[in-house]
Design a protein around this ligand. Structure first.
Ligand code: CMC
Length: 388
């Protein structure tokens, strides 16, 4: 057995490990800057739409009017669910977590694709767009079924945001609400080599199909340290309830070494630029809907947390106000992470395509620190300790 010769550096959490060169996303975590394909997040949130941003991420440049029209029409044509997938969603327990439903349904879509495996990048992209377009349908279908309501069929509305709100409620969505959701989708569409994007990249590096890749991403996004933080952050605000209780909550939580959800980031060591945009939308929506207490409580939590965490690099992240925006749009809390997936699939696709251009199987190492050469003990002679 050969001994390890060089000193081994373990990059716990793969902090600062680069897995590829990329032209998709640049984050300057010290300067509060985020760019998709060179365009600042402020420019995109101010002028673009989710569909245009998804096109930019996946194809590398902003579309012409004709390209955007074709792209949007393709998404519209992909939105409906296969009857068998609809039946599958019907068969799942109504108490299921919507992220379980999303993961299961996307995985099942692969079974109804006669040729899920392909080497052709354009075909890969097309499969991904089919999944992207169906995510709002899967999420809203499940939500309606669990509430004993008939699913609302897609209506050919032009945007992912409008179609989602329409299929969720069955009502004509308010244009201001559609715009707020659209901006939130732009802000969540991409974020460099985060955990779920890396999971997709690892799966892609084995040359697996797009359904397996996206299922990996959905599973990874779910955890409360990643996509699940938006739900946890909103639950905290609802639990705290009023601005006057924020200081006690934050002080107690930090004294017990609990994390304040919606705070902290591996890359940002200052304000997350997405937080600033979402905070503005949350404030405007709260005023419009007459629910300012919720927003004021979130601001009070933020202020207390910033005071207690002064001198640390822990600042509010995208999730500190995204949940408030979604809640004010009437979206149930457990649909927040599925909405994140519904947007981030654009970034997952872009990274997978980019990685596959010069693919190399991702296969890191683990430094073995256990014993070797142990004698095999027959089962009757074991004393038993592990796993008792
Ligand atoms: N509240 C209180 N303390 C915190 C927080 C927080 N939200 N985040 C980090 N810390 C502390 C942590 O306890 C640790 O302290 P110590 O060194 O005393 O043990 C120190 O900061 C470093 O923590 P870490 O976990 O090593 O840092 P990280 O860079 O791995 O953390 C993070 C990144 C996002 C996992 C973490 O900040 C966190 O758990 N935040 C809360 C969950 C959250 O909001 N996640 C959403 C991230 S943005 C959306 C997305 O990308 O999905």
């Amino acid at each position: 057995m050969s001994a390890i010769k060089e000193p081994v550096v373990i990059h716990k959490g793969l902090d600062n490990v680069y897995v590829k060169e990329s032209r998709i996303c640049f984050i300057d975590g010290e300067a509060s800057k985020l760019f998709y394909r060179g365009y600042s997040i402020e420019e995109l949130a101010g002028h673009s739409t989710y569909e245009e941003t998804a096109y930019l991420l996946i194809y590398g440049s902003l579309p012409t009017a004709q390209q955007l029209d074709k792209f949007t029409r393709s998404l519209e044509s992909y939105r409906s669910l296969e009857p068998a997938v609809l039946e599958l969603i019907r068969s799942l327990p109504s108490r299921s977590d919507p992220m379980d439903v999303l993961r299961t349904a996307v995985s099942a879509l692969g079974s109804y694709d006669p040729r899920p495996m392909t080497d052709d990048m354009n075909v890969r992209i097309d499969k991904s767009l089919r999944i992207l377009a169906k995510l709002p349908t899967i999420i809203t279908t499940f939500d309606r079924l669990r509430n004993q309501k008939q699913p609302v069929l897609p209506r050919g509305l032009e945007s992912q945001a409008a179609e989602f709100l329409y299929m969720l409620t069955g009502d004509e969505p308010d244009p201001g609400d559609v715009h707020a959701l659209d901006v939130a989708l732009i802000l969540h569409a991409e974020h460099e080599m985060n955990a779920s994007t890396f999971a997709c990249t690892v799966t892609a590096s084995t040359l697996a199909d797009m359904y397996s890749i996206m299922t990996s991403g959905i599973g990874t996004l779910r955890g409360p340290l990643h996509g699940g933080a938006n739900e946890a952050a909103l639950r905290t605000v609802l639990e705290v309830g009023t601005p006057s209780k924020a200081e006690n909550y934050v002080a107690d939580a930090l004294a017990q070494k609990k994390r304040i959800m919606g705070f902290g980031h591996r890359v940002y060591k200052t304000w997350d630029p997405r937080y600033l945009i979402l905070k503005r939308y949350a404030g405007e929506l709260a005023a419009k809907k007459g629910q300012t207490q919720l927003f004021d409580t979130a601001v009070a939590i933020e202020n207390s947390a910033r005071k207690h965490l002064e001198g640390t690099p822990i600042f509010p992240n995208v999730d500190s106000y995204s949940g408030i925006v979604f809640h004010l749009l009437g979206i149930p809390t457990d649909l927040f992470t599925p909405i994140f997936a519904m947007s981030r699939i654009a970034g997952w696709t872009a990274h997978v395509i980019e990685y596959l251009e010069t693919n190399r199987l991702i296969r890191p190492k683990a430094l073995y620190v256990g014993p070797v050469g142990l004698p095999y003990i027959p089962i009757d002679s074991r004393s038993g300790s592990a796993g008792e």
